[in-house]
Write a protein that binds this ligand. Sequence first.
Ligand SMILES: *[C@@H]1O[C@H](CO)[C@@H](O)[C@H](O)[C@H]1NC(C)=O
Ligand SMILES: *[C@@H]1O[C@H](CO)[C@@H](O)[C@H](O)[C@H]1NC(C)=O
Ligand SMILES: *[C@@H]1O[C@H](CO)[C@@H](O)[C@H](O)[C@H]1NC(C)=O
Ligand SMILES: *[C@@H]1O[C@H](CO)[C@@H](O)[C@H](O)[C@H]1NC(C)=O
Ligand SMILES: [Zn+2]
Ligand SMILES: [Zn+2]
Length: 574
Amino acid sequence: MHLSALLLCLSLGALVKCATGSDWCYTDCDDTPSTWENLHGASCGGKRQSPIDIDTNNVHADLHLLNFNFVNFSSKHVIKSIINNGHTVKLKLHDGEVEVSGGGLNDAYSTIQLHFHWGDTEHHPGSEHKIDGQRYLMEMHIVSMMKGLTMQQATEKSEGIAAMAFFIKATEDGDVSPTWSNLTSYLTNVMDTEIDMEHDISIDDLIKDVDLTKFYRYMGSLTTPNCNEAVVWTVFHEPIIIHKTLIQKFPEKAGFRNVYRPTQALNGRQVLASPATPLPSHPWCYHDHCEYTQSEWSRLPNAYCAGESQSPINIAKSSAVKEEKLGAFHFEKFDDKHVIEKIINTGHTVKCVLKEGVEVSGGGLGHVFSTLQLHFHWGAHDSEGSEHTVDSKRYPMEMHIVNKRKDLTLEKALQTTDGLAVLGFFIEATSAKEKSRSSSEQGASSSDMDALKKLTSYLSAIKNIISEVNVTEEISIDDLLGSVNRESYYRYNGSLTTPSCNQAVVWTVFKESIKVDETLMMMFPKETGYHNVFRSAQGLHGRTVYTTAAAARAPVSISLLLACLCAFHFRLHF
Ligand SMILES: *[C@@H]1O[C@H](CO)[C@@H](O)[C@H](O)[C@H]1NC(C)=O
Ligand SMILES: *[C@@H]1O[C@H](CO)[C@@H](O)[C@H](O)[C@H]1NC(C)=O
Ligand SMILES: *[C@@H]1O[C@H](CO)[C@@H](O)[C@H](O)[C@H]1NC(C)=O
Ligand SMILES: *[C@@H]1O[C@H](CO)[C@@H](O)[C@H](O)[C@H]1NC(C)=O
Ligand SMILES: [Zn+2]
Ligand SMILES: [Zn+2]
């Protein structure tokens, strides 16, 4: 086929005559969608056809699908004309003024036209793509061609064309959108006649407030003959919402209806989603009988557990790099004795939800963080259960204080490398020596114990999974932390240690452990009925673990002396 003929087909939508010599249509002709595959020279029977039904349970989140760059989407001067070509209504753009890149696309694309797919009435929706089997009322397509290619070249290249799909949903509330109202005023049943558009509408006006960071991505085809398998598809998660009366104008004024192709087989293709797209969560567990036990987390759809910045890790003391910037933290309301709102048995952990206003800053974090909750990881009566290990030593328990950057929503924080800051504290049993010393001196370690004693007294009230109880006892976070030196810690970039394992966490793991009575630790597995709720160590993949430069509040000489004495002691006895 000649290039000029093809250009005519694609730009005027008269594809039909030139492509195959026979007419195609959606209904009421010889070549309806079910027979398009027989059209001469067309790819409609291929293996990567569009549209598809997007099954959100089988979509995988992809960290590379970051934000788009749109050029001139906000310009009111780029839409040139509107034309009814008998299959759709198309808005043609001025050449070379509108561009799309980013969004995980490998190239920059030149946007050439927009068009629509619709059904009949509200009882017969007409979007092309479906989400979990559901069709929306309408769909808008924005079609762009790889920059520098002719249309012929673009249709022959696997990613030659970038199509963006927006679902359109009806509302009966509120005012009729002026933009869409304006657009529908141009609709006509006069075919193949280009009508100039006044310079009133931008593409952004049509997209309205759809969140452009939430989208699905897959490799597909044009949805009309010749169905060229040359399209990288972006299907936005949020629909454009317009008034019901405007949606009805498309079939009414254009003179035809149900202009959409049925969904096509996936044939093993993977649909991806941008990190911001909300996807259904799946049941997971550590090691019991569930679909996704720990070793299977990496297969969880919509999760990042197979990433290269996962937590927890084993911290090798000798490889930790000293960093002077890791200074003291500032804690807001850690001394508030009414800070714990309630305690919850989530089925994976015991979690204390904190009230608002608790904050962490300093400590080389670079941002102010709001403290959301704290929770625990534990082992069994005869085994340790901390998540992090130090020189392969696992501690009996670990407490995590979870903080979110104050300037971000939780949703945004989960997608940002330093969106969350988790403070990890090891918990271990008070030795007999420390016990006797603290009872005689009334030292700090006895107050560590009081706080945890109060907290564990609630465990019997939340034996059932998903049960919760209000905390009325006076317990501050400072009480729980006791005398632990908070200026001596390790720092690395990692992830949540439970699905979806978002790689959004700046980790602080404190070197000193909280000392509590062993019987209190035993209450966690005993009262909840589950044990070994910790994730195993993840690969470092080249990450650096940093450490605070100097530690100890005690003068260096004394701590050194202590260390020597201990080592000496150690050697004598073993
Ligand atoms: C944006 O559109 C205007 C006309 O509306 C055009 O003059 C300008 O060159 C376009 N900008 C780019 C970067 O293409
Ligand atoms: C709607 O379109 C007409 C031309 O058809 C134009 O004169 C008018 O200003 C537009 N109104 C709005 C609100 O865009
Ligand atoms: C827990 O506290 C909330 C308010 O903080 C209150 O509405 C709720 O009734 C309390 N629940 C119980 C069981 O006391
Ligand atoms: C964490 O990652 C950021 C880049 O995203 C980097 O600037 C920072 O130095 C890293 N911090 C650590 C502790 O590795
Ligand atoms: Zn289309
Ligand atoms: Zn945790």
